[in-house]
Design a protein around this ligand. Structure first.
Ligand code: UDP
Length: 342
């Protein structure tokens, strides 16, 4: 029997890809997800890719009794990867209490269960949003954190602090936070990918829906930034590469390779692409014309950020490998599959 990993939010975008990578690396997986932003069919598709059906339970981790009951029935969990959270930046501004309550309560319920049920390994899904607009680029792990731009971003910063403080007084608990840059793309099988509900907020789902004819044109939010072509720069990372970082983090914890019991890593490619560079790379990779117009800046957007990944590269022995073209093509293939486009 392999080690058993609890993946919360395992039917979501990054969660589902991580379950695939874990199973392919020989881990057993139990998913907990309340399906608030994903579908149960994802479990079928994970099984199609890996040949193994992960265990699945549907409940809300913000419910303390249900969470405790789950751990009392599952005493053999070796590690937790915690993805389950609300993630819409704009919505979080409108509904701050829902975001703080949901994201932080679920985290604290899990940490409490780690202590009470002797689960010692924890990987947390954090974000480069904790850096805000850094003064110096690229950002390293010692770049200071900045006040968050949104309640969503703040839940990530507060969650990191909660985990740090928990680890401090629980030396047996080993925790890693992975600070993701911009995850994009889909599994090469086109069986799992990103499925935004309603109008997408993020750039790549908006691009693929526009290419599929669902949206009229992409609005490029601002071309008057202090960047070479005036559009904002991000570090877009392939979701499969990102998922592999979780497998490596789990291996580090389970095999006691960690240097302290709370560590955090930048998980990006180290390369920055502007919005227009991404749009052009999409057209080149797919051969599809993408209508777009330049509009005003979006409130709260930062100008530019990309990762220094040397700490993750050296310490985890992990590196993003897939090209931007391959990644954008995978996102397009997934969109086509979802829409029945040949
Ligand atoms: N963006 C855009 N049009 C869109 C969505 C996003 O021009 O319809 C830009 C946005 O201004 C930002 C970049 O694309 O510069 C990435 O945005 P996304 O929301 O995907 O990620 P984040 O802002 O969280 O880095």
């Amino acid at each position: 029997m392999g080690k058993l990993i609890l993946v919360t939010g395992g039917t979501g975008f990054i969660g589902s890809h991580t379950v695939v990578e874990l199973q392919q690396a020989g881990f057993d997986v139990v998913i907990v997800d309340n399906l608030s932003n994903s579908k149960k069919e994802v479990v079928d598709n994970i099984e199609k890719i890996t040949g193994v059906r992960p265990k699945f339970e549907c409940f809300d981790l913000a419910n303390r009794e249900l969470t405790r009951d789950f751990f009392s029935r599952n005493k053999n969990i070796d590690a937790i990867i915690h993805f389950a959270a609300f993630k819409a930046v704009g919505e979080s501004v409108q509904k701050p209490l829902e975001y703080y309550r949901n994201n932080l309560t679920a985290l604290m319920n899990l940490l409490e269960c780690m202590k009470d049920f002797n689960v010692n390994n924890f990987v947390f899904s954090s974000s480069c949003t904790v850096y805000g607009q850094p003064e110096k680029l690229p950002v390293t792990e010692s770049t200071p954190r900045r006040p968050a731009e949104s309640p969503y971003g703040n839940t990530k910063a507060i969650a990191e602090d909660i985990i740090r403080d928990f680890a401090f007084v629980n030396p047996q608990a080993k925790c890693i936070a992975l600070r993701y840059f911009n995850p994009i793309g889909a599994h090469p099988s086109s069986l799992i990918g990103e499925s935004p509900v309603g109008v997408p907020n993020n750039l790549v789902p908006y691009i693929t829906q526009t290419a599929a004819g669902i949206r009229k044109e992409l609005s490029v939010f601002g071309n008057d930034y202090n960047t070479p072509d005036g559009t904002p720069i991000r570090d877009y990372i392939n979701v499969v590469d990102l998922s592999k970082a979780h497998v490596v983090a789990i291996d580090r914890l389970i095999n006691d390779k960690n240097k302290s019991n709370y560590e955090y890593f930048n998980i990006g490619t180290g390369n920055g692409y502007s919005v227009m560079e991404l749009v052009n790379a999409f057209m080149k990779a797919t051969g599809v014309n993408l209508p777009y117009k330049i509009v005003g800046r979006r409130a709260g957007d930062i100008e530019k950020i990309w990762a220094d990944t040397s700490y993750a590269n050296n310490e985890l022995g992990w590196k993003a490998e897939k090209s931007i073209e391959e990644t954008l093509l995978s996102a397009w293939n997934w969109e086509k599959k979802c829409r029945g486009i040949k």
